[in-house]
Design a protein around this ligand. Sequence first.
Ligand SMILES: Nc1ncnc2c1ncn2[C@@H]1O[C@H](COP(=O)(O)OP(=O)(O)OP(=O)(O)O)[C@@H](O)[C@H]1O
Length: 421
Amino acid sequence: MGMFERDTDIYRDRDALREDYQPEQLVGRDEELDTYRAALQPVINGEQPNNVFLYGKTGVGKTAATRYLLQHLQEDAAHYDDIELTVVALNCDGLTSSYQVATRLVNEFRDDTEQISTTGYPRASVYEMLWNELDECGGTILIVLDEVDHVEDDSILYQLPRARANGNLSTAKIGIVGISNDFSFRDDLSPKVRSSLCEQEIHFPAYDATDLQKILEQRVEVAFHDGVLDPGVIPLCAAYGAKDAGDARQSIDLLMKAGDLARDDDTERVAEEHVERGRRALERGRIKEGITGLTQHGHLVLYALLTLDLENEAPVRSRDVRPRYTRFAEMADRDPLVPRRMRDHLSELAMLGIISVTERNEGRRGGTYREYALDMDVDLLLDAMADTVQDVGVHQSVKEFLVEDPNDDFTDARVTDFAED
Ligand SMILES: Nc1ncnc2c1ncn2[C@@H]1O[C@H](COP(=O)(O)OP(=O)(O)OP(=O)(O)O)[C@@H](O)[C@H]1O
């Protein structure tokens, strides 16, 4: 037998749990799909399409619904000789300006040899190129702008829906589908942009546990062999998903993690215990990502709190974190932030779920104040802010976690005497 052997006991088609899998049916979204379908109906009638704006939290099926309906729309439009439908989908993540969106759209319509660069043209001439491309393409063109809230100026969101009314287009009929999970984005749009971009708004609410259970059941049929899941597995993944954010992506990821752990264990069944372990592993991944994304001052505040916690000083008030934070900042050669900015970092850490915060009341005369503590795995935290710990030095309280491990990078790190703080 070779080094690799195919294992197929658990999964029938694991790819069905991946992000890029498009389910054949969307479960429990009938109402939203009806409204969305009605908004796209003018395309089949050969009329000017409505602009549609979809909003809702992450993982609630906005993109899946769009892919599903547009695929059907394209198939059905092909049966009508007088309809030429083109769909262009753009994810605006990383495209911060209208200019960038416009150049990307121009390039979507051009051959590889005629692509324009994303800088260097006056904006008006990029728009001019865009109108030419759109008119040359002709027919009905639906432009999907996913994560549209990443675009910081609204020029393109104003120009595109009005291009025909403003005389920039003569043949093409344009419809925009904007998708966003930022609730404030719509409210912050200027009224003139909002009225054209959001002609038809469709809200996708978060899923509850029952919805998630149905979505998971549908996926399980494709992804797993019959009967390999213990009966409690789907309800547990759905319950966690509903508790966290009502996000289908998160529940599907958890199910896949549980399946992978069962596979690694060489068992033939996925059990609730795999879901529990999977959840902890995903949680660790998320926390680690959260910490890695913080600035160094965020790390310094967290490191200070961690050491206080290990010395049994937590829960601790912000003013009592401050001396140690200041000391650590100095050790790392950084100017300490003013108290208010340091508190902002504590709030951010709490928001990310890395530290816990408790509101306390000072008694009849006093106001309220907040106390902070850690409820995270020390190794995980130290690992995620390793560079900062190197810069500051190893505090006595974390020494046992770092220095005694011969495999650790910190074996030779300086153990600093922080006695004076
Ligand atoms: N109603 C549903 N039925 C089946 N699968 C679903 C349903 N809703 C969401 N999913 C699945 O959940 C995952 C996340 O959905 P989707 O990408 O559509 O979310 P989204 O609302 O667009 O999120 P984001 O704002 O983060 O882009 C996808 O794998 C999708 O196939």
